[in-house]
Design a protein around this ligand. Structure first.
Ligand SMILES: Cc1ncc(COP(=O)(O)O)c(C=O)c1O
Length: 389
């Protein structure tokens, strides 16, 4: 007789829907059918040349054993230097922890800074994993509603309102996923000030830094040393599968994060750490990749309205367009399924990012090759008009 283990209550989090869409797209490809990948937030380009070269050298030369839990000193030094060169801020390498992608950074930040029951303010819509990670740790996500009224950005009043019930943390991404919204330096400083007033730790997700189509996003480290900054090589440096990122910590959290990292991960992947040291040499290469995103963004901003998607957030950064589909459907999950089935265009239902209004939105990623974006736009122009409610 089999007795199946009962899953824990904490494991009952929502799926990361985009990963489910990716699987459906892969199954379709395996069945020999065409797919246009506008679902996943990952560059269509390889890791930069110097990174791949450094990886080859490390493979041949190094034992690639565990590193320090906080990462290879050489990589931490390179990240520290990058803060100086790029933003003009001095961040000692001791405050930098290398992580298994920024995803591990959220786990470490939440565990180091908040106890079970801790309340963390985050935007709606927003990156879904903040909410799911907090829930899995028995912490409480507190939603800050954004929309056209706030240019899809949180405002200090949202933090003040969230703080009425007691607040431990605030996490905000700028540029944001799924909207591409970018905080100005002043807006960022005001949010950090509001978090401080509320006695909450401000966590700045800077993973889309470098990917702005207007004014660049400023780092929270230029405002305060008491914030946690999370970043990654995944997006700007096109290294999603290498699983390497970093966090910058306030003094008081360095040792707690080190203890957690030792026990939870031992260290981030050694090969990826050796390779990432070379990433900062590849700025020119990455800027050329960004030019492709800028072109792709413009193609979608020109073409999607011709398909009837007239209400699109004009992303200031990242590589996503968040579009209102309410003229066509009020069920973004079913809409995404039908769109993939009938056109081969894979995109992500807004429900992944927003449980309140997400049934009326879709997110289109423009990080792939230009030909794929162009072909997808043509398919949508032929298909969408027939879907109007
Ligand atoms: C806002 C945001 N933060 C973090 C991540 C996770 O990135 P990684 O774990 O690859 O560094 C993503 C991925 O899409 C994201 O959109």
């Amino acid at each position: 007789m089999s007795s199946q283990p009962q899953p824990s209550r904490r494991s009952r989090i929502d799926p990361f829907i985009v990963m489910d869409v990716m699987r459906a797209a892969r199954e379709r490809t395996e069945a020999g059918r065409e797919v246009f990948h506008l679902e996943v937030g990952q560059p269509g380009t390889k890791a930069p040349g110097p990174v791949r070269e450094a990886a080859r050298r490390a493979l041949n030369r190094d034992r690639l054993g565990y590193t320090d839990a906080l990462g290879l000193p050489e990589l931490r030094r390179a990240i520290s230097k990058n803060y100086h060169d790029l933003y003009g801020v001095d961040v000692p390498m001791e405050r930098i922890a290398v992580t298994t992608g920024s995803s591990a950074g959220f786990v470490l930040a939440f565990l180091a800074a908040f106890d079970a029951g801790g309340r963390i303010a985050m935007t709606n819509p927003g990156y879904p994993c903040y909410r799911q990670i907090a829930s899995a740790f028995a912490m409480e996500p507190v939603m800050m509603e954004t929309g056209p009224h706030s240019r899809w950005l949180p405002v200090p009043g949202d933090i003040e309102r969230a703080a009425a019930g007691g607040l431990d943390g605030v996490i905000v991404a700028s540029p944001a996923n799924p909207t591409g919204a970018v905080l100005s330096d002043q807006e960022l400083a005001e949010l950090i000030g509001a978090a401080r007033q509320a006695g909450a730790v401000y966590i700045s997700d800077e993973i889309y830094h470098g990917l702005s189509y207007g004014a660049p996003a400023g780092t929270a480290l230029a405002v305060s040393d008491d914030v946690i900054v999370i970043n990654s090589f995944s997006k700007y440096f096109c290294m999603t599968g290498w699983r390497v990122g970093w966090m910058v910590l306030p003094e008081a959290l360095i040792r707690p994060v080190e203890r957690l990292a030792q026990n939870l991960y031992i260290a981030a992947p050694s090969l990826s750490q050796h390779a990432a040291i070379a990433a900062f040499e590849a700025r020119d290469e990455m800027e050329a990749v960004k030019d492709i995103y800028a072109r792709n963004r413009q193609i979608l901003l020109n073409e999607l309205p011709k398909a009837g998607l007239t209400d699109i957030v004009p992303a200031g950064g990242a590589f996503y367009l968040y579009a209102d589909i309410s003229r066509f459907s009020d069920d973004s999950l079913a809409f995404a399924r039908r769109m993939l089935d009938e056109t081969g265009v894979a995109a992500t239902p807004g429900l992944d990012f927003d449980q309140v209004n997400g049934h009326n939105y879709m997110r289109f990623s423009f990080a792939g090759p230009t030909e794929e974006i162009e072909a997808a736009a043509e398919r949508l122009k032929a298909w969408l008009p027939g879907q109007a409610l």
